[in-house]
Design a protein around this ligand. Structure first.
Ligand SMILES: [Zn+2]
Length: 220
């Protein structure tokens, strides 16, 4: 079976930057599974996988506009330190928040006096991505997968990501559909430091938002 719309595809991949540094790899996590044609992964990678069959390997070059977009200064914003309430902001901490561009993952970029600079750019914005991929399997998607817009194989809706494990769910954690401005996944003690949804544990090839690709909420 060839990779096409409405197939569930598992790929192994290594992602490098322009200098050849490895940014991410499926490695120990195992293959990344996604629903093809459902915008689960960045467009450039999806285009690169299209039409392949299991066993195929390929190098896929993804320019920023087909990856995580160009870096935009407009996505930087200043907020007062006291906006964090009882939480202590730290540089590099990430959380979901509502912005004038919709839900974004914001990274704390700078803390200066009473001012905190938040960066709404994806960490890979502006970067050309070099993927080496191998197609592990291709299968037809189940009807429920099509209706949910994501695969259901490897551990339910969140697909082995850090969500659904409890801690942050009560206040709109990473698996919620929004309203996380007062308790995004990194606001709980565990979220920020120990591999919550906002950490780099998430496969980099998946698009941000919700739990990896999916935006959860299904019981499958
Ligand atoms: Zn689902």
């Amino acid at each position: 079976m060839r990779v096409a719309k409405e197939t569930v595809v598992a790929i192994e991949y290594t992602l490098k930057d322009d200098q050849g540094n490895i940014i991410d790899a499926s490695g120990d996590r195992g293959p990344m599974e996604y629903l093809h044609g459902a915008q689960n992964i960045i467009p450039g990678l999806e285009q690169g996988v299209d039409g392949l069959v299991a066993g195929d390997t390929k190098s896929v070059l993804v320019p920023p506009q087909l990856g995580y977009g160009e870096y935009s200064e407009k996505l930087l914003q200043l907020v007062p330190l006291n906006a964090f309430g009882a939480n202590t902001p730290q540089i590099g901490m990430r959380f979901h928040a509502e912005t004038n561009l919709g839900m974004r993952v914001l990274t704390i970029k700078k803390i200066e006096g009473e001012e905190v600079t938040l960066d709404g750019n994806h960490e890979l914005a502006g970067k050309t991505l070099h993927f080496d991929i191998k197609v592990v399997s291709v299968r037809a998607a189940e009807l429920t997968e099509l209706s949910h817009g994501h695969p259901h194989q490897s551990g339910g809706c969140c697909g082995g990501g850090g969500c659904g494990s409890g801690e942050s769910s009560s206040e709109g954690g990473c698996c919620s559909t929004g309203e996380a401005s007062e308790g995004g996944c990194c606001s709980s003690e565990e979220g920020a430091s120990a591999g919550g949804c906002c950490s780099t544990e998430q496969p980099v090839a998946q698009k941000q938002g919700g739990c990896g690709s999916a935006g959860c909420g299904c019981s499958a």
